[in-house]
Design a protein around this ligand. Structure first.
Ligand SMILES: NC(=O)c1ccc[n+]([C@@H]2O[C@H](COP(=O)([O-])OP(=O)(O)OC[C@H]3O[C@@H](n4cnc5c(N)ncnc54)[C@H](OP(=O)(O)O)[C@@H]3O)[C@@H](O)[C@H]2O)c1
Length: 249
């Protein structure tokens, strides 16, 4: 239970889903944990659900002005970070004929630009030997219809695990990626689909997973814990696919 003892971690988009489950797991493993989110109310709810143990920072990953304030906000809590989990992300689905500039920009702003500049902003605070974890998606490897923009954002993140690992070798900061398959979180409800459509989509996804079910956020949190901990000290620029076999089998 102490795999992250004496480590300090920041998780973007930590008030919900995979980010929240990871905050819970990191706390249980002994880490000091900061979560960011774009909604103060949701951050407070998450803090309450974690018995007040987590630190929160209001910061919109889609807004560069917010990102440029992030290091100073972190320093009000802790001088250094050992782990950064780039998790905040959105998914919107549409056929190419219906994709608008707004649809494209929103996803690239949050999922790629926000991720990239969050890493740049926080790097001076990350201890040498630290761990940066990117939450991508199996969509980066698939030809799933209507996901052209979302999948492209996740493919962009995947390349960062390798390029940044090389650039950060002198500091021994390891950058790795987790690619989840379908996981039960709030993300689909935020796509604009109706509850009926969301339920239908979830059922069809579960049918495509050899394990016969969607993943639980806690199962991705455990993968994040592996990358965050010294257990993965020889793992660098890697991708771990956690998808119940959806693309691995
Ligand atoms: N669930 C899946 O099946 C699945 C599969 C593969 C990959 N992923 C990836 O996993 C990550 C987490 O998603 P999730 O499934 O856990 O969904 P979620 O429950 O919606 O969590 C996403 C988190 O990111 C936050 N967020 C979104 N945009 C933000 C912004 N501009 N600034 C700050 N925070 C922002 C959300 O805040 P709000 O609560 O305010 O929206 C929320 O806390 C995403 O990157 C997603 O692409 C998910």
């Amino acid at each position: 239970m102490n795999r992250l003892q004496n480590k300090t971690a920041l998780i973007t988009g930590g008030n919900s889903g995979i980010g929240f489950a990871t905050a819970k797991e990191f706390l249980e493993q002994g880490a000091t944990v900061i979560i960011t989110g774009r909604n103060q109310g949701y951050l407070q709810e998450a803090k309450q659900a974690l018995q007040g143990k987590v630190h929160t920072i209001l910061s919109d990953t889609g807004n560069l002005d917010d990102i440029h304030k992030l290091a100073k906000q972190v320093q009000q809590i802790t001088p250094r970070l050992d782990v950064v989990f780039i998790n905040a992300g959105i998914g919107k689905f549409a056929p190419i004929e219906a994709v608008t500039e707004a649809h494209y920009d929103e996803q690239f702003n949050i999922n790629v630009k926000g991720a990239y500049f969050t890493i740049q902003e926080l790097l001076p605070l990350v201890n040498d030997g630290g761990s940066i974890i990117l939450n991508t998606s199996i969509n980066a490897h698939m030809g799933m219809a209507n996901t052209s923009v979302y999948a492209a954002t996740k493919a962009a993140l995947l390349t960062l695990a390798r390029t940044l690992s090389t650039e950060l070798l002198p500091r021994r900061i390891r950058v790795n990626a987790i690619s989840p398959g379908p996981v039960t979180t709030e993300i689909l409800k935020k796509t604009g689909l109706t509850t009926e459509q969301v339920n239908g989509f979830k059922e069809s996804l579960a049918n495509q997973v050899p394990l016969g079910r969607l993943g639980d956020p806690s199962e991705i949190a455990k993968v994040a814990t592996f990358f965050a901990s010294d257990d993965s000290s020889f793992v660098i620029g890697a991708e771990l696919i956690a998808d119940g076999g959806m693309i691995t089998l």
